[in-house]
Ligand binder design. Structure first.
Ligand code: AMP
Length: 217
């Protein structure tokens, strides 16, 4: 099963991807998480990427395409993968198409989660993430039991630099300009499934499972 989760920042791609991982045992490939790991480790790629990420801009295509090309050829991707946050531009989508076709690995579905702009801003500005285990919380919609501390591992919760209100607006603009055209791209490819991302997490998950039942044979 090879799928792409598409949608603006805050639409729930990461949350749903983790549920797919748990149920189907295929890996989530989140270019954002991979890049944040490189920033944390202060690798040359991470230091370069940070300049773009902090401003809410996209990291250059060749960097993320290189990451994904390498990642999807790892052994744990044999039975499939979930791409979360990639592709984000038309050149990325074209590069992905080329590499998948050279490997003989077609995509099954591109699931697009639709959420209105006001809800995205609320979700992103209240989002908090555990520094240690990466679990996500929301100050209003999914608060931790003890303020500032992860329920799962007790780690410190922090706000991603790019989840600050000043950067959110730019990220949403970038999405509209550079990523939203992929909706039409994948519609034309006959791969697009659109779901309402305004529903609560279990309902969206139920709808995703129905879609995925179609590629379980
Ligand atoms: P995310 O965690 O998916 O919201 O990604 C966080 C940031 O990482 C984005 O705002 C970009 O700066 C960068 N990034 C993640 N994925 C990509 C991608 N496919 N293309 C370019 N930049 C990306």
């Amino acid at each position: 099963m090879r799928i792409i989760l598409l949608g603006p920042p805050g639409c729930g791609k990461g949350t749903q991807a983790k549920m797919i991982v748990d149920k189907f045992g295929i890996p989530q490939i989140s270019t954002g998480e991979i890049l944040r790991g490189a920033v944390k480790d202060a690798t040359p790629m991470g230091l370069e990427a940070k300049k773009f990420m902090d401003g809410g801009l996209l990291v250059p295509d060749e960097v993320v395409v290189g990451i994904v090309k390498e990642r999807i050829q790892k052994k744990d991707c044999q039975n499939g993968f979930i791409l979360d946050g990639f592709p984000r531009t038309l050149p990325q989508a074209d590069a992905l198409k080329k590499v998948l076709s050279s490997l003989g690995l077609p995509l099954d579905y591109v699931i697009s989660l639709e959420v209105d702009q006001k809800a995205l801003i609320e979700r992103l500005s209240g989002r908090r993430t555990c520094r240690d285990c990466g679990r996500g919380f929301h100050v209003a919609f999914d608060p931790p039991r003890c303020a500032g501390k992860c329920d799962v591992c007790g780690g410190e919760l922090y706000q991603r630099d790019d989840d600050r209100e000043s950067t959110i607006e730019e990220r949403l603009n970038v999405y509209g300009r550079q990523t939203a055209p992929l909706i039409d791209y994948y519609r034309k490819e006959g791969l697009l499934v659109t779901l309402d991302g305004m529903e609560d997490i279990p309902s969206v998950w139920g709808n995703i499972q129905q879609v995925l039942a179609g590629c379980m044979g």
